[in-house]
Design a protein around this ligand. Sequence first.
Ligand code: HEC
Ligand code: HEC
Length: 445
Amino acid sequence: MRLSVGPLGVVAVVLAAACDETPPASFPQSLDAQLRRAIGQWNVVPIGNPPLQDTALIALGRALMFDKILSGNRDIACATCHEPSLHMADGLPLAIGTGGTGTGTARVLGPGRVFVPRNAPSLLNSGIGLFYIFWDGRLSRFGPQPPEVNLPPDLPNVIAAQAMMPVLNRREMRGEPGDRDVFGNPNELAAISDSQPEQIWEAVMQRLRAIPKYDTLFRAAFQTSASNLTFKDAATAIAAFELDALTKTNSPFDRYLRRQDDALNVEEKQGGILFFTQARCASCHNGPFLGGQSFSNSGVPQLGPGVGQGAPLDLGRGALPNNQFYQFAFRVPPLRNVELTAPYFHDGTFSTLESVVAHYNDVPKSLRNFDPATLPAAFQSSYHGGQATIDSILSTLEFQLRTPLQLTETEQRELVAFLKSLTDPAARDLSGLAPAAVPSGLPVR
Ligand code: HEC
Ligand code: HEC
């Protein structure tokens, strides 16, 4: 499930050295030496720049990302759930799809609608080469196809593949049979059967082709008229925009990795040492992205309508075919810019980094004592806190999380300080990304 190179060995070495009155001269004691040695165990490297994207492709992708024309009811864009002012997430525990009203944390469900079962992840750095996409990793760089749809071949990258999917999803963007759009007209996308994805993509393209500004943008990007193109090309453009505008990897921690010792302060370095040794975070959050390459059950409370056969629970990766071994396991999220993307976990049940670190300090206790009153009011009744559910989560809890870490208050603060050193300053204000208007003329917010 995850790399099993234990950090315990490192702790043992550090402690043994601390007790030894005459450490060998070759054993380095400075904070930097300790931190660099700890980091060295986990294949953490600075993240380089993504491949340069074509400017015409980026311009088309940006328009599509913010245009509600992609949704059946013409009432929701990708950027409604992945908003620049909320660092490309929505600030809600669980996302609210078509039919909803309001923006960001003020967004509310439409009459008769149900929450999207999971938290909308930030799109920051989703294009940097994560092995798995989505909380259950059902889309992967290595294949196979996600269970819900056969994607066309020749998609240029995994986030272009991802961009094919929200327009098919009834709850997120497409709508239910019989829905009428914001102008009162029949929603032709929702009328198509779920088993006809090709027709749905083509129907979205028909909408785009009917807008002259889109034809111009498609021509500039692909040197041919939109009538010769398919939704795969639209998805390719969205991915180009994501790669270009949303890759934010120049954090103080990245500068530290590039051997700039003063990029982190003492508290952040102490937190870093904890992260990579005693607090055992890096046994899951490792590799270049500090996550994104494995799955585990981290004892997160269950919230929301649930997924598939497990509903009203969400078994995460365990709900995918042939993955029963992964009950309640979710993707280990990458951690760059995590400070900016609350609330946390697959269902947004924790609203601060402090509360996440306190959770890890004693996972079974945190799960048993979870207080739904900490959630925004509209979500509280969707919490599944029954004894049977909690026992079921704990029965497959990742082994190393069963024992409390016994971190002091100071150590917990240091860990939070370290997590905040993962923020690229350029990710703090993304408000410049939203265009003033989109080709359809629909409102941008
Ligand atoms: C209704 C809100 C909503 C809309 C609209 C929406 N998304 Fe998402 N997005 C989500 C949620 C929720 C997830 C996580 C789903 C899961 O893991 O099962 C997600 C996941 C993603 C991911 C994967 C990120 C990762 O790290 O795994 C990407 C990329 C993404 N969305 C891009 C888009 C694009 C592009 C569009 C428009 C074509 C879009 N989204 C529309 C809510 C939304
Ligand atoms: C056993 C593997 C494992 C260990 C150890 C671990 N994590 Fe995690 N981490 C995960 C998984 C899996 C998730 C997502 C869980 C979910 O959503 O249900 C997660 C989520 C998070 C999140 C929320 C990210 C987001 O975008 O929502 C943060 C922050 C985090 N971990 C920090 C830490 C810190 C700090 C430590 C050490 C104290 C740590 N993790 C130890 C596996 C682990």
